[in-house]
Design a protein around this ligand. Structure first.
Ligand SMILES: NC(=O)c1ccc[n+]([C@@H]2O[C@H](COP(=O)([O-])OP(=O)(O)OC[C@H]3O[C@@H](n4cnc5c(N)ncnc54)[C@H](O)[C@@H]3O)[C@@H](O)[C@H]2O)c1
Length: 147
């Protein structure tokens, strides 16, 4: 199987890349390296350095590859920073996801795993949190993930 891992040079994404390669899958990474590290990307993965806010860049990646699935980790992740600068959280987390989904629809790429946050549930009333727990994000980061 061939997977696209967005944010594959980041903390969680780079481990996902390793696990998929160990399993024998082919892996392509999109990361702009703004908050990730090129050295964290396994050499046997193909790294496209670019921004998901750049539609032409995404189209190029999808023209050059046919993916069985996409795992979307790329985004900003700090609750505190999102309180100080909500704009960049909605811009990066919402618009880049829309660009990615638009390209997936165009190319008939139908399998997406989205890395959300438990923050979408806010202060939970039940633990463990069931998936159908009411959503009550308490900061722009979590709000952008829910959106
Ligand atoms: N770390 C956690 O505890 C945690 C918990 C729950 C959910 N998540 C989610 O998992 C995902 C990965 O988290 P992480 O801790 O690995 O974060 P991270 O910051 O280490 O990795 C994110 C990567 O995405 C890249 N990126 C960001 N915006 C981009 C863009 N527009 N185009 C291309 N690349 C871009 C960054 O350069 C970085 O390498 C995030 O979506 C986060 O919301 C993380």
């Amino acid at each position: 199987m061939k997977y696209l891992i967005t944010g594959g040079a980041g903390y969680i994404g780079s481990f996902m890349v390793k696990r998929l390669l160990e399993k024998g899958d082919e892996v392509v990474v999109i990361d702009n390296l703004e908050r990730g590290h090129e050295e964290a990307v396994e050499k046997s993965a193909i790294l496209y350095t670019g921004n998901l806010l750049d539609k032409e860049f995404i189209t190029k990646v999808f023209l050059e590859n046919k993916f069985d699935g996409v795992i979307h980790f790329a985004g900003f992740i700090s609750m505190g920073e999102s309180m100080e600068n909500p704009y960049i959280y909605f811009q990066n987390n919402v618009f880049s996801s829309l660009n990615l989904i638009e390209e997936m629809i165009k190319t008939n790429t139908n399998n997406l795993i989205f890395s959300s946050t438990a923050g979408v549930y806010g202060n939970p009333t039940t633990i463990p949190i069931p998936e159908d727990h009411p959503k009550n994000p308490e900061n722009p980061y979590s709000e952008s993930k829910l959106m």
